[in-house]
Ligand binder design. Structure first.
Ligand code: GDP
Length: 214
């Protein structure tokens, strides 16, 4: 379980000047197309098809914002309070995209990382079966260069043998040239392995940013 109780789609932004006003902490998810980003967001928010909103035609190249909220009060005073934005960054590295579109994606993601004042946590999703691509490396470097220490979610854990896990994590780490301090969490949306670890990190940020109310 996690601190937030519900999540809902808020808005899409095509340019950084369309981002919602700052005010709430932001938690971003990045990853190449097909890495399992939507599936992971759906599992973490416990809302079956939530992040597939980001996949509807016209939205795939946008930064999509979701509100995370928690319950407040009891009985008649019960209500809901938004505590964070979950930010779904456009999936990159889509084979069919032409160079123009690719450049646009890159700019959008880089602008967001550069301009967001409330970004507190970045998850980078990478398929555990494969070595990170050139685009994954660029993404990892962008995140680092903007001052963030991404948490890597190594997705589709259920698709490899237990004996391969450490080898694949090492491959991810060396290909990204990530130091030992970069956390890599093996994760499966199917078995939910790794989910509690992700919640712990997420909750740490949410709790720090949203002190409990009396
Ligand atoms: P996105 O493009 O990064 O948003 O990727 P999706 O969430 O759409 O996932 C891409 C494909 O991988 C879909 O067919 C998912 O069902 C599958 N997938 C995602 N996560 C997992 C996982 O943990 N295990 C398995 N076996 N398949 C997964």
């Amino acid at each position: 379980m996690s601190l937030f109780e519900s999540a809902r789609f808020l808005t899409s932004a095509a340019q950084v000047n369309q981002l919602p006003p700052a005010g709430l902490p932001e938690i971003a998810f990045a990853g190449r197309s097909n890495a399992g980003k939507s599936t992971t967001i759906n599992v973490l928010t416990r809302q079956g098809r939530l992040a597939f909103a980001s996949k509807t035609p016209g939205r795939t190249q946008l930064v999509n914002f979701f509100n995370l909220s928690r319950k407040t009060g009891e009985g008649k005073k019960a209500g809901r309070e938004d505590i964070a934005f979950l930010v779904d960054l456009p999936g990159y590295g889509y084979a069919q995209a032409n160079e123009n579109v690719k450049a646009q994606w890159g700019k959008m993601i880089e602008d967001y990382l550069h301009k967001s004042k409330q970004l507190k946590l970045v998850f980078l999703l990478i398929d555990i079966r494969h070595a990170p691509s050139e685009n994954d490396r660029i993404m990892y470097d962008w995140i680092r260069r903007n001052g963030y220490d991404p948490i890597i979610i190594a997705t589709k854990l259920d698709k490899i043998n237990r004996s391969q896990i450490q080898k694949q994590i090492k491959l991810i780490r060396t290909t990204l040239q990530a130091g030992a301090d970069t956390q890599i969490i093996p994760y499966s949306a199917q078995t939910k392995q790794g989910r509690e670890e992700i919640y712990e990190i997420l909750d740490g940020v949410l709790a720090a940013e949203n002190p409990a109310q009396e």
